[in-house]
Design a protein around this ligand. Structure first.
Ligand code: PRP
Length: 200
């Protein structure tokens, strides 16, 4: 475990034994999110943005990122179904919760926690474009390039990650670990073992 990965205050409640490596500490993440916010603010100078967060994983990133954006922002949330509770992707993309507001003539910035196969993002970009916005861009905290099945364009990216099961900072396994403040690799025996836990 990398030094500084899990803050002391969380040691007793977080499942440190379930994790093999901390890829990005809380401090790494805070620094990178601040940089992304600054870059986005500069690029949208004089405009306002609608941040469209993808539930559930993106809420942690969205909440942090929006506080580093200095142009006016509105927010909306969508929920997409692409995975079951277990680790394989079905490739099925459908909207479970739609946009609340019109995107007509707005600058839309889709906020994702991770781009894995890219199927969700691909679908969402097309979906947003069909709503006649002024522009559509994407910010993702993480991307796993080795897993992409389709060509995806991410305008602002936090970090690339290897093809491992990553959790924390909004990312879950069976709804757990989203509250980890760092981004860590889950030990394979946790998600591949015979005692695989059910969803919470
Ligand atoms: C994850 C993630 C992305 C999507 C990426 O969501 O938040 O939305 O999968 O996968 P893809 O690139 O292979 O399409 P998930 O369906 O696990 O839901 P969650 O955000 O509620 O955890």
């Amino acid at each position: 475990m990398r030094e500084g990965g899990i803050p002391e205050r969380l040691m007793s409640i977080i499942y440190e034994d379930d994790l093999s490596t901390v890829l990005h500490t809380e401090d790494d993440i805070a620094r990178r999110v601040a940089e992304l916010g600054k870059e986005i603010s500069a690029d949208y100078e004089g405009k306002s943005i609608v941040l469209v967060g993808v539930l559930n994983g993106a809420v942690v990133f969205l909440a942090d990122l929006m506080r580093h954006i200095t142009v006016p922002v509105a927010m909306d949330l969508v929920a997409i179904s692409s995975y079951g509770s277990y680790s394989s992707t079905s490739g099925v993309v459908r909207i479970m919760k739609d946009l609340d507001e019109s995107m007509e003539s707005k600058h839309v910035l889709i906020v994702e926690d991770i781009v894995d196969t890219g199927l969700t993002l691909n679908y969402l970009v097309d979906y947003m474009r069909s709503r006649n916005p002024a522009s559509v861009k994407v910010v993702a905290m993480l991307s796993k390039p080795s897993r992409h099945k389709v060509k995806v364009s991410v305008d602002y990216l936090g970090f690339t990650v290897p093809d491992e099961f990553v959790v924390g900072y909004g990312l879950d396994y069976a709804q757990r670990y989203r509250n980890l403040p760092c981004i860590a690799v889950l030990k394979p025996e946790i998600y591949a073992g015979p005692d695989t836990p059910p969803s919470l």
